[in-house]
Design a protein around this ligand. Structure first.
Ligand code: NAP
Length: 336
């Protein structure tokens, strides 16, 4: 894990040109750009790296043929740090609201560990939460065989007789392929017989002898005693119920954004809960921009490069917003 403990003091009372909420590829890319625009920048992250921390390796980021996800997180981080934004981690922003007491538009931003700052602009790059199946046994066996991150937990299943991966996207396939090196048998359970995953993942999984596809099937229950012992699936075409003995169930069925939180903040979302943005990453709240997996932009194509691109655009828009409002004051500190 690339996590480094926060040494930076959590700021209180300070005003920033931009507060970037989130430390994944979108947030760190935004920080590189806002700092390069000499904007006084604060990045508040629960965990630097975001969802990249849940991936094994990346081989589709231009210029980097293949890099481990943790090395890529470090590369993003050290690149951002070169331009001296303030980065605080292990801190969660709980809310923000408009505060015009200073005579110009800005936001009051607060969070855990007594974070309490002001921001002339905000870039939301908070990603999404893992989607749950919502079946009996899922909650009960979380951490006792039920996992939401194959690439993080696969090594714990070394020598297991069998495990199951649920989902038909890149994460499920990446997970199944990785698990096939640890467990003797991997069942890939998917509700359809078509996959969202990239074709090269699907082809590789089909060629892997210890991966068995269980298609047109949904998980109806996860069973066990002190830990997971089996998964019960129902074929959606035939109605047939099958209980498959497994030691682990990896739920890789995508992400969902924190819709209620966004709505409480006054942000417009789409029907799923992704923050609506225009092509300049502007939200419905002037001065608030959003980037990466939490937005409605390119939502069928979540990649490191798309998140980074959105972060760069959001930074440029935040800079333009300050310039248009006459609020842009290049930070002398950053010029030093
Ligand atoms: P995803 O692409 O949204 O796929 C989620 C999968 O779970 C879909 O196959 C979906 O089925 C299924 N699903 C959703 N809700 C379900 C439910 N309630 N019950 C059963 N199945 C359900 O999510 P992801 O695989 O986590 O990937 C997220 C993003 O990260 C994607 O953009 C992906 O490309 C990216 N990613 C990339 C890599 C890589 O390139 N190395 C690795 C991991 C993730 P349907 O298809 O029927 O909707």
């Amino acid at each position: 894990m690339p996590l480094r403990l926060a040494r930076t003091k959590v700021p209180r009372g300070e005003e920033y040109d931009v507060v970037i909420i989130g430390g994944g590829p979108a947030g760190l890319s935004a920080a590189i750009y806002t700092s390069r625009f000499l904007m006084k920048t604060l990045v508040v992250a629960e965990q630097i790296g975001g969802q990249l921390n849940l991936t094994d390796a990346v081989d589709d980021y231009p210029g980097l043929k293949r890099i481990t996800a943790s090395a890529l997180v470090q590369a993003f981080r050290s690149h951002a740090e070169m331009f001296k934004p303030t980065i605080v981690e292990l801190v969660r922003v709980e809310g923000f609201e408009r505060d015009d007491s200073s005579g110009y538009p800005r936001f009051h931003v607060w969070g855990t560990r007594k974070l309490d700052v002001y921001a002339k602009t905000i870039i939301l790059a908070v990603g999404s939460k893992r989607r749950k199946l919502g079946v009996p046994g899922e909650k009960e066996f979380a951490g006792k065989g039920v996992s939401y991150c194959s690439v993080c937990d696969a090594p714990f299943f070394k020598g297991a007789e069998a495990v199951a991966v649920v989902g038909g996207g890149d994460a499920a396939f990446e997970g199944a392929l990785m698990l096939s090196g640890y467990a003797k048998k991997v069942y890939l359970i998917h509700r359809r017989d078509q996959f969202r995953a990239k074709p090269h993942f699907v082809e590789q999984a089909k060629r892997t002898p210890n991966i068995e596809f269980v298609l047109n099937s949904v998980v109806v229950e996860i069973r066990g005693d002190t830990k997971v012992r089996s998964v019960v699936v129902r074929n959606v075409k035939t109605g047939e119920i099958r209980e498959i003995p497994v030691e682990g169930v990896f739920i890789e069925i995508g992400f969902e954004p924190p819709k209620e939180w966004f709505q409480r903040l006054g942000l417009e979302t789409d029907e799923i809960g992704y923050v609506k943005v225009d092509e300049w990453m502007r939200t419905n709240i002037p001065g608030v921009f959003a980037a990466g997996d939490c937005t409605s932009m390119w939502k069928g194509f979540r990649q490191v490069i798309t998140a980074a691109a959105m972060g760069a655009v959001a930074a440029y828009s935040a800079y333009n917003y300050l310039a248009e409002k006459g609020l842009y004051r290049p930070s002398q500190l950053l010029l030093a």
